[in-house]
Write a new protein. Structure first.
Length: 133
């Protein structure tokens, strides 16, 4: 079992993985995405989704934000690929035509339970590392 160190970019450290967002033949962009078991859906900033050519869907999603308020968010279709060299080869890496929520402002990419459900994830907070199968 491969153990992957948490990102130390902020305190407290957090589990993260490098992902590439793209859609069809548009630009690709690699970003560090937080693994967020508290997020029901994967989210990404709207400007990033626009940059990589993600397709805005005609529908929206009503979700509760981190402040507890229910908001309506635009839904985008994008391809997400795990590009982190630390990631095990035998674990699913590609999510094509993934529906993600677009968020405004200085947002981060959060990998939610819609993607996390593909893996068995073990968080080891005291050691600041995680493993994935």
């Amino acid at each position: 079992m491969r153990r992957i160190a948490y990102s130390q970019e902020e305190f407290p450290p957090f589990p993260a993985v490098w992902v590439e967002l793209h859609y069809l033949i548009e630009a690709k962009r690699s970003v560090l995405a937080k693994l967020d078991s508290g997020a029901a859906r994967t989210v990404a900033p709207v400007p990033l989704l626009d940059e990589v050519g993600a397709v805005r869907q005609w529908r929206t999603a009503l979700c509760r934000a981190c402040d507890g308020e229910r908001r309506e968010w635009p839904v985008f279709e994008v391809d997400l690929t795990i590009v982190d060299p630390r990631w095990p080869d035998d674990v699913q890496r590609k999510f094509q035509r993934l529906l993600v929520l677009g968020v405004d402002g200085p947002a981060e990419v959060l990998i939610g339970r819609d993607v996390l459900a593909a893996w068995q994830l073990h968080l080891d907070g005291p050691q600041s590392r995680y493993s994935v199968e």
